[in-house]
Write a protein that binds this ligand. Structure first.
Ligand code: DGY
Length: 312
């Protein structure tokens, strides 16, 4: 960035405050936010006429009011494709971690050294993964990558999506399409949330839908916290109406509901701090995409990863 542009970088990686963001939109030609920065209509309204591009360092763009940017003639870009496999890996890690009690097992050795009395037949029993059914909500790039991994682990693939995926991929994955999310939820053992966050998917996993899941089932979310009604999920977990959850994302990030932390201590959930795409390779690829988007835009071309208004 420094080689190519007159760049003011956020070297210490501490999220910018709102006044700092206001200052940035008033002075910069390009803003490069992350998912932590709230680029809402109120902020965009304050942008100076020089701001032409918001080149987000992220795949998701729910933190940006793309329509408000369009009204001001500001182009928005994101970094799709490069974090698909990393996020799918992390999803699979959570799918394994909760039923097989990975975090709990690790804590036995690290938090209570010497407490382990040795292998025993009925201790630390989790739930088998293979042979179970996974229901993927959102069969886009990440959902499909999760399905490939899940199939290799012996899970049968079920999915709900706005539209059915192409027949060749469906056949490759031996996947069952459910037009009705409600019906799928009642029939699967693991639910994986992989759809984008839009007004239509806000609390898609509502109290009513969570109640459709089986008491032995698990839910994993590496998409966005707001897709699950977090309070309703907490109640289901506390009352044993769902067996467990693996969460990489939260409704009020970076704040995490203390009730979830308590459930994690009880081994009912595994919590991660939005680490789905956190690989060195992935972040370098994302940075490359940001730079290509900026360069292309200022060379007078349509940037490759333009986010069109009306998509959220
Ligand atoms: C993104 O870029 O949208 C991811 O959520 C970051 O991990």
């Amino acid at each position: 960035m420094r080689e190519l542009f007159d760049a003011e970088l956020n070297i210490d990686d501490v999220p910018r405050t709102q006044p700092q963001l206001v200052q940035a939109v008033k002075t910069a030609d390009v803003l490069v936010p992350t998912v932590t920065d709230r680029i809402d209509a109120a902020l965009i309204e304050q942008a100076g006429p020089q701001l032409k591009l918001i080149a987000s360092f992220s795949n998701g763009f729910d933190h940006i009011d793309v329509d408000a940017a369009a009204r001001r003639g500001i182009t928005v870009t994101n970094t799709p494709n490069v974090l698909t496999e990393d996020t799918a890996d992390m999803t699979m890690a959570l799918i394994l971690a909760v039923p097989r009690r990975l975090a709990e097992g690790s804590r036995v050795l690290t938090e209570k050294p010497g407490a382990w009395a040795g292998w025993s037949p009925t201790w630390m029993l989790g739930r088998r993964i293979w042979g179970k059914r996974i229901g993927i909500i959102g069969m886009g790039r990440i959902g499909t990558a999760v399905a490939r991994r899940a199939k290799a682990f012996g899970l049968s693939i079920h999915y709900h999506n706005r539209k059915r995926i192409n027949p060749a991929t469906e056949e490759e994955l031996e996947a069952t399409y459910w037009d009705s999310l409600d019906q799928m939820l009642a029939r699967v053992d693991i639910v994986s949330v992989n759809c984008p966050s839009t007004p239509a998917t806000y609390h898609l996993m509502s109290a009513r839908r969570l109640a459709l899941m089986q008491p032995t089932s698990y839910i994993v979310n590496t998409a966005r916290g707001g897709i699950i009604d977090e309070m309703a999920l907490i109640n289901c977990l506390r009352e044993g109406r769902i067996a467990g959850a693996g969460l990489d994302v939260f409704e009020n990030e970076p704040a995490v509901n203390p009730k979830l932390v308590k459930l994690a201590e009880q081994g009912k959930v595994v919590l991660l701090p939005h680490m789905g795409s956190a690989t060195i390779e992935g972040r370098i690829d994302m940075g490359d995409k940001v730079i290509i988007n900026i360069r292309t835009f200022f060379d007078g071309h349509r940037p490759p990863n333009r986010v069109l208004p009306g998509r959220t």
